[in-house]
Design a protein around this ligand. Structure first.
Ligand code: FAD
Length: 464
């Protein structure tokens, strides 16, 4: 097997497991991490961006998007890496809940880094400012150590693995007619931390995903009113939320006005103090220079073969963590094994032309099925149809985990390792179903005990 000198950008969950897999395969690895600890998005901070809407490119930006009350939206059994389950070990006295708070995830990732000796590969407080191709398909990495002023270090690596958490790097905000003259405060959920600053205010949340569901409930106990605007409900929708006398679900906002009001498509008019955009993110690789080979177009990072390798630059450039609507850590683990094996020559990639044809065929399938470009890396097969043609809710969710399951098993087969136990995707399906039945309590009440037992049987191999 050939050993390469590989640069990994980022020491979040993706970078940690990438570094571990690369070293296991015999490569020499340097992990660049701009912060002073591992964990990436799981490092909670009270700090927020200097521009809380997150659109000013010159803003002072923080990396993490966590809010103080955040608990995982996946059960810990499903969430962890395959060979290092996210279970409590020994006399661990942390957060023992099945859906723990964010601190517990950070502790888990730190422990992972320690147990597998990943930390010793990390250069902390070193930001990669630019990477570009040099001769013989090698990569020149320019980096800057915090506190060292303008001193730039340049090094050449055989390969580059990008794990910069690009999926949550750049806030995306909703386009609301009239917003420029609306006098209230706007911010993105990336910069939401605690509800207290919003006391007695009227807050409109735009979006209806996991963050919006959590943040609206977090806010409801402090604010005067919470209004959630969703583009996935009928235009007439105006529903008081069960269990709350100050929270409503609306259809989307139609217009914003100079007098501080917002008009919804359902005709309701609300005088609001704050708009909180829970509208996701745009991929961003500010350091990556590929002469136009890799582009981000309407949130499609491409061209990428199976969301990992750009055909023209493979295997010397690869990405971990571009896929979404997945169980992230195990998916990162498999993608990392694949990259490590390809770089050592143990696993073969198809030719550049074959990979490109595969990408084109994939794009054509997306187009034919009416999926917009921005759903390219969404691994939930039918969510788009669900919203588009209002298929049965549970039917949609059940099939939404099939795609990532197939993808993971396809990658696992290439790597010559066993696929994921089916319990994992069944558990996620059970969680999503449980959330739809018990939106307030799904993290504390469940009915999938049998799947927990199946998971524990698998974990014995790694924990005993
Ligand atoms: P990150 O964790 O973002 O790590 C990227 C790292 O790269 C950071 O440490 C950053 O400092 C570093 N970096 C970036 N640019 C540079 C540079 N130029 N030079 C050097 N270093 C750089 N997943 C779950 O499994 N369960 C959940 O319950 C869950 N909840 C979530 C809730 C929220 C609010 C968010 C935003 C995400 C959630 N996720 C959840 C998804 C989560 O993003 C993934 O689990 C995972 O942690 C992402 O890891 P990553 O390594 O790809 O990115």
């Amino acid at each position: 097997m050939i050993s390469r000198r590989v640069a990994v950008i980022g020491a979040g969950a993706a970078g940690l497991v990438a570094a571990r897999e690369l070293r296991r395969e015999g490569h020499v690895v340097v992990v660049f991490e701009k912060e002073d600890q591992v964990g990436g998005t799981w490092v909670y901070t009270q700090e927020v961006d200097s521009d809380q809407l997150g659109v000013d490119p010159s803003r002072v930006a923080v990396h993490s998007s966590l809010y103080s009350s955040l608990r995982t939206n996946l059960p810990r059994e499903a969430m962890g890496f395959r060979d290092y389950p996210f279970v409590t070990r020994g006399d661990w006295s942390g957060d023992l809940r099945r859906f723990p708070g964010h601190k517990e995830v950070l502790m888990y990732l730190k422990e992972f880094a320690r147990v597998f000796g990943v930390e010793e590969m990390v250069r902390f407080e070193v930001e990669v400012v630019k990477v570009c191709l040099v001769e013989n398909n090698k990569w020149k990495v320019r980096s800057k150590k915090r506190g060292d002023g303008d001193i730039i270090l340049e090094e050449v690596f055989d390969a580059l693995v990008v794990c910069n958490g690009a999926r949550h790097a750049q806030p995306h905000v909703a386009d609301i007619p009239g917003i420029d003259v609306w006098p209230g405060k706007q911010m993105h959920s990336h910069n939401y931390r605690i509800p207290e600053p919003f006391r007695d205010q009227v807050v409109i949340l735009v979006g209806n995903s996991f963050s919006a569901a959590d943040i609206s409930r977090d806010l409801a106990c402090q604010v005067k009113e919470v209004h959630v605007a969703s583009k996935f409900v009928a235009d007439v929708t105006y529903e008081k939320q069960p269990g709350y006398d100050n929270m409503w679900l609306h259809s989307m906002i139609e217009s914003a006005h100079e007098d501080g009001t917002m008009v919804f498509r359902n005709g309701r008019v609300v005088h609001a103090d704050v708009i909180l955009h829970c509208t996701g993110y745009k991929y961003d690789f500010p350091f990556l220079e590929t002469n136009g080979i890799i582009t981000v177009d309407d949130n499609r990072v491409g061209p990428l073969y199976k969301h990992v390798f750009p055909p023209a630059l493979a295997p010397w450039l690869s990405f971990v963590g571009i896929v979404w609507k997945v169980i992230p850590f195990p998916a990162f683990e498999l993608q990392s094994k694949w990259i490590a094996g390809v770089l050592s020559g143990r696993i073969m990639l198809p030719s550049q032309q074959e990979m490109m044809e595969d990408v084109k065929a994939f794009y054509s399938t997306l187009e034919a099925s009416g999926k917009p470009k921005r759903y390219t890396h969404n691994m939930s097969d039918s969510m788009w149809y669900f919203f588009a043609v209002c298929l049965l809710f549970l039917l949609s969710i059940s099939s939404s985990y099939v795609l990532q399951y197939e993808y993971n098993n396809w990658v696992a087969a290439l790597c010559g390792c066993p696929g994921y136990g089916e319990w994992r995707s069944q558990m996620v399906y059970a969680t999503v179903k449980n959330k739809s039945i018990r939106p307030e309590t799904y993290r504390d009440e469940w009915e999938d005990e049998h799947l927990i037992l199946e998971a524990q049987e698998e974990f014995i191999e790694y924990t005993s």
